[in-house]
Design a protein around this ligand. Structure first.
Ligand code: PLP
Length: 392
């Protein structure tokens, strides 16, 4: 069977020219920090030139309306209203704003899961400790048979003290797409406020934020929505906007949700203002079709690696997969700890110019390749061969 039939479109090599990635490298880590198309970097540079031509007039006269127009455009793309959306540096900042603003009382619980992103878990611990509250953890199945298994695991961890739950939309380590709308519905019905961590979602999976029914949605645009780094957003339901403290308190404080976040001191606003250019690039590359293609490319990569290494990736429902997948490395005596994972990732880059996240999970090592419009079958073959050489 040809690779086109198995999941690649044949357009990947030409799409690669739209990015400025190292042409000698196989870049299989779009999920890590994103990779910005050249046209978006140019749009950002044009904005920077405009600012430098007259910084005072730009920030004084032009910036407030330009920022709101960018927020409106991003919100519309996410099915939301610009009044409910603010820019932040990244998903971590958005999560910090919510968790550190939430009125926790001693004895309250913040519910996270076993696969909550480490930095987010730290934020939950920090916020809980400051209030005399605690962090509880729902144990999620590593490879669920169905989305209901995740819902049941989260529900089982809710107690009368659970005030707020942090739910991943796309899990970092396992790359699973969680049933966030179902989870938000169940948690809300039990009086638990819901923060969705959508760091990996916009541009990777179809998304209409208000339809999820969460209280807050934290996300990155610099990963899958092609915005320049660093560009995050925080959406808050109307009834959750009052009292939300931005990561930096500045002039807009006390003047409402968007005013408080729109001015957080003098900074480089070009990643935020160029976010609509990222969305335009995503749309031109196919929008929803691109997301579906990337899911198929990722599935094809899984099959290629399974065959090359003689391994089996976890079998999970297709509805829970996106453009990143977890594949076990061949069990060739590689130690399964974090230090070995880091060392292997470094070798893959330094010796083979292959970039891919390497993780130590469940007592073995895994890679988590991501597929993007520019990912070719050759990139995957290079990863397969490099691991084969190292493991030998
Ligand atoms: C689930 C999840 N949450 C939060 C983050 C943090 O993103 P950032 O470092 O851009 O704030 C990541 C980063 O990959 C993530 O995967």
């Amino acid at each position: 069977m040809s690779e086109t039939a198995t999941g690649f479109t044949g357009r990947e090599a030409s799409a690669r020219a739209l990015w400025r990635l190292d042409s000698g490298a196989a870049y299989l880590n779009h999920g890590g920090f994103g990779a910005t198309p050249g046209e978006v970097l140019d749009a950002r540079a044009a904005l920077a030139d405009r600012i430098e031509a007259a910084p005072g007039p730009f920030f004084t006269h032009d910036y407030p309306a330009l920022l709101r127009a960018a927020a409106d455009a991003v919100a519309a793309w996410l099915g939301a209203d610009g009044h409910d959306l603010v820019f932040v540096d990244n998903a971590t900042a958005a999560v910090n704003a919510v968790l550190r603003s939430f009125p926790l009382r001693p004895g309250d619980e913040i519910l996270v899961t076993t696969t909550t992103y480490g930095a987010v878990r730290n934020t939950a611990r920090f916020a809980a400790a400051a209030a005399g509250a605690r962090v509880a953890e729902a144990v999620l199945p590593f490879a669920p048979d169905d989305a209901g298994a995740v819902v049941r695991a989260v529900e089982a961890a809710v107690t009368p003290r659970t005030r707020l739950a942090v739910i991943d939309h796309v899990v970092s380590e396992t790359a699973l797409v969680l049933p966030v709308a179902e989870l938000a519905g169940r948690l809300s019905a039990r009086g638990v406020a819901v923060l969705v961590d959508g760091a990996h979602a916009p541009g990777q999976v179809p998304l209409a934020i208000p339809a999820i029914g969460a209280d807050w949605y934290a996300a990155n645009l610099h990963k899958w929505a092609f915005a320049p780094r660093s560009c995050g957003v925080l959406w808050a339901a109307a009834q959750r906007q009052e009292g939300l403290v931005p990561p930096v308190v500045s002039w807009g404080w006390g003047q409402g949700f968007t005013a408080a976040f729109d001015w957080v001191g003098t900074r480089d606003p070009t990643p935020w203002l160029a976010a609509p250019a990222g969305i335009a690039a995503h749309t031109r590359l196919g929008g929803p079709r691109l997301m579906a293609e990337n899911r198929r490319r990722a599935a094809a990569a899984v099959r290629m690696l399974e065959e090359a290494w003689g391994v089996r990736a976890p079998v999970v429902p297709e509805t829970m997969t996106g453009a990143m997948r977890l594949v076990p490395l061949p069990d060739d005596g590689l130690a399964a700890d974090r230090a070995s994972a880091d060392a292997l990732r470094r070798r893959l880059w330094q010796e083979f110019r292959v970039e891919v996240p390497v993780l130590a999970l469940e007592g073995r090592l895994w890679v988590r390749p991501a597929a993007q419009a520019y990912t070719t079958p050759d990139d995957v073959r290079r990863l397969a061969a490099a691991v084969g050489r190292i493991a030998r």
